[in-house]
Design a protein around this ligand. Structure first.
Ligand code: EPS
Length: 408
């Protein structure tokens, strides 16, 4: 089964990733991966750290002569900032008491992490729980996309909203609002708008309003979250299964997305709004085009997944990202874990808004889940074997449709 592990601290030497069970024979497009890494680093509202880093993938194993070999793929992404942190991140040198952190930031992993691991220095928690780790996940997602592109499966993502601006009234779940679950992230104009936008938003008319809101948060020493969307098109019918809870495609996608730092909700298709729409309006009626000989839907409230299986439609997800917990002003009450004294949360360097970056990470997470289930269904050790399995399946679906026509 396709899997990956990441290791590395935010201010350590770098990030190491191992991807296991990725098939042989896939041509690696390093520029494509590095472009995704660049996109993850960009976006309005990012902090000073991104000016230091220029994330690039360095393969250590599993790729030879430009193609994957079937052996575990490992790669390194360097933290340039390590040079500024050598002293504090040394492997052996004892950490002086005055450098230890013992005041947890509410909302971060600091509190539970230091209690759980019995650590007297919160830095041991925050270094690993940092969203720096998402660089690894973006590279993993890009590698998955390189494989899936060969089977005409494409991915897209965008930011739908940021903080209190609420440009499209997204928090009004009144059953009438369908605007953004039905947004087509593959539409040429939308793709172009997102590409041009520093916010990765498809609405140019709202750009300056949202940027002004981020500026205001920065001036306040505050942070802001937002709503992001990712979609996959070309996913064949039948990935995942209804037969067992942990075989469901939507369950795995939810896990992938929910594990991204600062993500607090995952919706598939109409998501939360499904609760407010009556059944006759919610379900996506099934039609058959007897010229093209394909089944199709006119709506996608199910987000392309029914009974835990892809139904051939666009897979569509949305996630809420909470505001980053590190605030630049002492707004939040907390407690010193050493003394029990009341304190204000400490400042670390921080982004004001990392929602555009999170949209790229969400797209990568979706790519990994779909790649995993694609390989479960069509898996083989090498690309050609997968292609034969995939073509055999496509033919069996065509045969199924033709057989039904004969009966009629
Ligand atoms: C992060 C804090 C900031 C972010 C970091 C995540 O880092 P620093 O403390 O070095 O300024 O920039 O994100 C990244 C480094 C990244 O590449 O996304 C945190 O506390 O989680």
């Amino acid at each position: 089964m396709l899997r990956f592990l990441t290791a590395g601290e935010s201010h350590g030497k770098g990030l190491i990733t191992i991807m296991d069970n990725f098939p042989a024979g896939v041509k690696i497009d390093e520029n494509f991966i590095n472009e995704k890494l660049r996109l993850r680093q960009s976006g309005y509202g990012r902090g000073a750290r991104q000016k230091i880093e220029t994330d690039k993938i360095e393969f250590l194993s599993g790729v030879r002569g430009g193609y994957t070999t079937g052996s575990p793929i490992s790669f390194f992404i360097k933290n340039k900032d390590y040079e500024n942190w050598r002293g504090r991140m040394d492997v052996y040198k004892p950490i002086p008491g005055e450098n230890k952190i013992h005041i947890p930031r509410p909302g971060h992993a600091d509190f539970a992490g230091s209690l759980k691991y019995g650590l007297d220095d919160i830095r041991n928690v925050l270094e690993r729980s940092s969203a720096r780790e998402t660089a690894s996940r973006v590279a993993v997602g890009a590698i998955c996309q390189i494989l899936l592109r060969d089977f005409d499966i494409e991915f897209s993502s965008a930011v739908l909203d940021i903080g209190e601006v609420n440009v499209k009234n997204h928090i009004s779940y009144n059953g009438e609002e369908h605007i953004d679950t039905e947004i087509n992230l593959f539409d040429g104009d939308i793709v172009e708008n997102v590409r041009k936008s520093e916010l990765r938003m498809p609405y140019p008319e709202s750009e300056s309003r949202v940027k002004a809101a981020i500026d205001k948060m920065k001036a306040e020493g505050n942070t802001v979250g937002g709503l992001i969307a990712a979609q996959a098109v070309g996913v064949p019918v039948g990935l995942g299964s209804f037969t067992q809870w942990d075989e469901k495609l939507d369950a795995h996608i939810a896990m992938s997305l929910m594990s991204i730092q600062a993500i607090k909700s995952v919706e598939i298709g109409s998501g939360v709004r499904s609760a407010f729409i009556k059944g006759s309006k919610y379900q996506d009626s099934i039609y058959y085009d007897d010229v093209k000989k394909v089944y199709y839907r006119k709506t996608d409230n199910a987000g392309g997944i029914e009974g835990g299986m892809s139904n051939g439609g666009v897979i569509s997800v949305r996630c809420a990202m909470k505001p980053i917990p590190t605030l630049m002003k002492p707004y939040l009450d907390t407690t010193d874990l050493r003394t029990g004294e009341a304190k204000k949360a400490f400042r670390e360097r921080s982004d004001v808004c990392a929602v555009p970056a999170a949209s790229i990470v969400a797209e990568a997470a979706l790519s990994f889940s779909i790649c995993l289930f694609f390989l479960k269904k069509f898996g083989g050790d090498g690309l050609e074997e997968i292609r034969r399995n995939y073509e055999g399946w496509t033919k069996s679906i065509d045969d199924f449709v033709n057989k039904c026509e004969k009966i009629n």
